[in-house]
Design a protein around this ligand. Structure first.
Ligand code: NAD
Length: 464
């Protein structure tokens, strides 16, 4: 058996209990590039037992020593960026430049931020006559999606380890090879046995077993709202903690005073990145009625620069491609005007969807309400600022968003009224230390930075 053919449990690669495997497919050419074991409840149980056994020792490890281990992990990931980028390109289809710049590099930065936070975070505070100890929650079950295969893993595992928790990871079935690379980096970094464990497998089998395991103290899930709701219900029934990062339908609000060309071009780029498979993508573009047609023309021109197979990759699998095409057809059927792209396959091979722009979208249409998770921008028209706000807040989601205006103060005044967890002001950059998470049905809890660390801590008050 090759070192990485099995599951990573208790500090070693070991064979799965069962013999079933999951094929990993390159979505750009539809070829099988590898196989991973389809873990069962027994594999999950072995991993949870290893994590439980490792917990007291890791909890007792001084934060400075945990920080040193995370620093080593940060370095190991940094050493592997080329290999990570190639693997993400192979199993997700991300164009090589994007894979290196975002998929490989961002998680390295996040791991580094938690190496720093583990060393600097105050794990104790004083309130009057009390000393409040911030202690690790325990064993974490982490269930991650395929859209940012390494980032989603690091955004859970790094803060959990910094807090003193131990982890069992069940990565998405479409992108398990990147998760294996992560486990190799964990091993090389000298993370003690059992502190991090990897079980590959189907969501309905291994994922469900992990979410329901009675010895898991916190389930941290990122993925679809349907599965998140079930995991939340299971966790609630067992009175265990849960963090959910679910979908989005974020609004890109372009106020009349904005630089329209910039706001539209950056807005289209935001959706096309990762072929639209980003939970925080600004998939609804809101434009004032007086500048609407100009914005539609700009968006059409911008979309044409995203050539499938070059600047924009395929979707992760055939099911997602069919889902996205179905949404485009539904949008047209409900009265949207197709101004770029469309449901037809742009290439003969690979799960590609044409970069698509739908104009004349109205707030009640399906394409204005549901997460499409593909390269599709819906452009909506608003009458005035209050109308724009009602449209922006008028979905069940509230993950991210953008506001563009002639000056930041005007944009901030609007952003304060938005029901959403993150807003980029006039093209503000992504901040890996800012809390990331949803209002409303976009989720429960926050990831990244000190707020993300806080999810993995519980308090104990000592009175003097
Ligand atoms: P999903 O929710 O089915 O999968 C996410 C993770 O949950 C995977 O690891 C999967 O194996 C696991 N899982 C699935 N069923 C489970 C269960 N019953 N119990 C425990 N774990 C389970 O997502 P998907 O089917 O891959 O994608 C469908 C849609 O979800 C997308 O089109 C998109 O709208 C949304 N999505 C959102 C995000 C996000 O970042 N918020 C990421 C991926 C997908």
């Amino acid at each position: 058996m090759k070192a990485h053919d099995g599951m990573y449990i208790d500090g070693a690669w070991r064979p799965a209990v069962g013999t079933e495997t999951i094929a990993v497919v390159n979505p750009a050419d539809e070829q099988v590039i590898g196989r991973v074991p389809a873990g069962t409840a027994e594999d999950v149980d072995a991993a949870v037992r290893a994590a439980r056994a490792a917990f007291p020792g890791w909890k007792a490890t001084p934060p400075a020593e945990r920080a040193a281990v995370l620093s080593a992990l940060h370095e190991e990931l940094g050493r592997r960026t080329e290999e990570i980028a190639e693997t993400v390109t192979a199993e997700l289809g991300a164009p090589p430049r994007f894979a290196l710049a975002v998929h490989a590099s961002m998680p390295v930065l996040v791991a580094g931020s938690y190496a720093e936070l583990a060393a600097s975070h105050p794990f104790e505070e004083t309130i009057g006559n009390s000393t409040v100890l911030l202690e690790p929650v325990g064993v974490v079950g982490a269930i991650t999606p395929w859209n940012y295969p390494l980032h989603q893993v690091v955004a859970k595992v790094a803060p959990a380890l910094a807090a003193g928790c131990t982890v069992v990871l069940k990565p998405a079935e479409d992108t398990p090879l990147t998760a294996r690379l992560f486990a190799e980096a964990v091993d090389a970094a000298g993370v003690p046995a059992g502190v991090f464990n990897l079980v590959t497998g189907l969501g309905t089998v291994a994922g469900q077993a992990l979410a329901a395991h009675e010895d898991v103290d916190l389930v941290s899930f990122t993925g679809s709202t349907a599965v998140g709701r079930r995991i939340g219900a299971t966790a609630g029934g067992a009175v265990k903690r849960v963090a959910l990062e679910l979908g989005g339908k974020s609004a890109n609000v372009i106020l009349p005073s904005a630089d329209l060309a910039k706001a539209v071009t950056v807005g289209v780029a935001n959706v096309m990145a990762n072929s639209g498979q980003t939970c925080s993508a600004w998939t609804r573009m809101l434009v004032h009625k007086d500048r609407y047609e100009e914005a539609v023309e700009l968006a059409t021109a911008a979309a044409a620069t995203y050539v499938p197979g070059e600047r924009v990759g395929p979707l992760v699998n055939a099911r997602q491609r069919e889902r996205v095409r179905g949404y485009i057809e539904q949008g047209i059927a409900e009265g949207a005007r197709l101004v770029a792209g469309g449901p037809e396959a742009p290439l003969a091979t690979g799960y590609y969807v044409s970069p698509t722009v739908l104009a004349d979208v109205t707030p009640e249409m399906t394409v204005a309400q549901e997460e499409i998770f593909g390269p599709v921008v819906s452009i909506l028209k608003y009458e005035d600022t209050d109308d724009a706000l009602a449209i922006a807040n008028g979905t069940v989601y509230g993950l991210a968003g953008a506001v563009w205006a002639g000056d930041d103060a005007e944009a901030v005044a609007f952003a304060r009224r938005m029901d959403t967890g993150q807003v980029d002001i006039n093209g503000g950059r992504f901040n890996i230390r800012a809390p990331f998470g949803g209002y409303k049905q976009s989720g429960v809890g926050r990831e990244l930075g000190p707020h993300g660390l806080g999810e993995y801590l519980q308090t104990k008050s000592l009175q003097f």
